[in-house]
Design a protein around this ligand. Structure first.
Ligand SMILES: [Zn+2]
Length: 86
């Protein structure tokens, strides 16, 4: 049986998005609050990070929406997350 700990975080608690390249497993971190553009290809192996149609756009929209919610100081939104207990 897997035990899970459930927690709530506010959008401003998210400090970065981590993206892992499916081809070479390189992990890259992008600050959630930065205005920087998400890359389309891995800086290590040059493979597309999200080759399926629409996936890169979905990740970009997630980052943009998170930035917008934090900028608007919408403090009445909480995200529920699960963390496996080790
Ligand atoms: Zn790669």
């Amino acid at each position: 049986m897997t035990m899970q700990n459930r927690s709530f975080i506010s959008p401003s608690d998210v400090i970065a998005l981590e993206i892992e390249c499916a081809a070479c497993r390189m992990r890259m971190t992008y600050l959630a609050s930065s205005e920087g553009e998400l890359p389309k290809v891995c800086p290590s192996c040059s493979k597309e990070l999200f080759p399926r149609d629409g996936n890169w756009t979905a990740v970009k929209e997630l980052k943009t929406a998170l930035e917008d919610v934090v900028r608007r100081k919408l403090n009445n939104i909480r995200l529920e997350v699960t963390t496996p207990l080790s």
